[in-house]
Design a protein around this ligand. Structure first.
Ligand SMILES: Nc1ncnc2c1ncn2[C@@H]1O[C@H](COP(=O)(O)OP(=O)(O)O)[C@@H](O)[C@H]1O
Ligand SMILES: [Mg+2]
Length: 295
């Protein structure tokens, strides 16, 4: 478990008061705490490997030749100023860009060595293996139970009602929500608080046995307490899943991730262990961004 060192929102906008070219101490400390206290390499083997990935929206190129390895059983955060292509890159990993008219992806993305853009691969099945959580929690207009049961049902993952109920309970437990909803499984998911809704959609993603969970600014719409709960959950989930999170909060990236990738204007500028990126970045642009000098 990690201690909470830096719980307020970024607080870096006022970074002008920080001494020039220095990473705030709280940020560095949080980044250190996010790495394995035993000192062992915290990252798993490569789960997703992107090579020379470019994305175009019509004529406009949004990503330029991104090559990045994403390790398993690790949280990787994608950071960078608004519009730099974080969400676009996240969407390449479960082929969500396929659903955007005029979007075109080039390059190669392998998951466990398999080309996810291969024609033979069904994107619907891919999206069960690579789940996605968005900024605004988006439960279906159905009961809590049905939100979680939906995926296992359409993918035919359970053989009986009892088994389905078990999967629903297990998924809600893993998402840290069971205790709060066990007595109202049949009330609408949309009646939950924002933080609970976000844990509900995480449970919905977990219910179909994903390997990867993509999260696009999952705490941006949440208050600090709900945010802390989601961060704790992310830390627990990384034992089983490959997690990639987009965040505009430097403090959050430092707290929850072991690997960080910094994007700027559609390019991957720098990637490495979070501790390294936040204490001793190689690139000037990375330092300027994490210390709040632009973005
Ligand atoms: N559906 C879309 N159609 C056209 N342009 C888009 C679309 N989505 C994103 N873009 C453009 O691609 C660039 C990267 O956007 P995005 O991936 O959303 O960045 P970020 O998530 O880092 O804020 C931006 O210039 C944005 O305007
Ligand atoms: Mg985005």
């Amino acid at each position: 478990m990690k201690q909470t060192i830096y719980r307020s929102q970024d607080g870096l906008e006022g970074g002008a008061s920080a001494p020039a070219a220095e990473v705030p101490a709280e940020l560095a400390a949080a980044a250190q705490a996010a790495t394995d206290p035993k000192g062992a390499a915290p990252v798993g083997p490569t789960k997703i490997s992107a090579r020379d990935v470019s994305v175009f929206y019509g004529e406009k190129q949004a990503l330029f030749d991104i090559s990045l390895d994403i390790p398993d059983k690790t949280v990787t955060s994608l950071i960078g100023p608004s519009g730099c292509g974080k969400s676009t890159f996240l969407r390449t990993m479960n082929r969500m860009n396929d659903t955007i008219a005029g979007a075109r992806v080039t390059g190669r993305i392998d998951m466990d060595g398999e080309d996810i853009n291969a024609r033979s691969l069904d994107p619907v099945l891919l999206r069960a293996r690579v789940g996605m959580v968005f900024q605004k929690p988006n439960p279906f207009p159905k009961s809590i139970f049905e939100n979680v049961a939906y995926g296992p049902r359409i993918h035919g993952l359970t053989r009986s009602k009892a088994e389905l109920a078990e999967v629903v309970e297990e998924s809600l437990r893993r998402a840290g929500l069971w205790e709060e909803v066990a007595d109202r499984l049949h009330s609408p998911g949309t009646g939950l608080s924002g933080g609970q809704q976000q844990r509900l959609v995480i449970a919905r993603a977990i219910a179909v046995n994903p390997e990867v969970i993509l999260m696009d600014e999952p705490c941006s719409a949440l208050d600090p307490i709900a945010t802390a709960k989601i961060e704790e959950l992310i830390d627990e989930l990384r034992e089983r899943y490959c997690i990639v999170i987009v965040t505009h909060s430097m403090a959050q990236a430092a707290r929850v991730s072991q690997r960080t990738a910094f994007f700027h204007m559609g390019r991957l500028i720098e990637t490495g262990d979070t501790e390294e990126i936040f204490t001793n970045p190689r690139e000037r642009r990375t330092l300027d961004y994490i210390t709040g000098r632009f973005g």
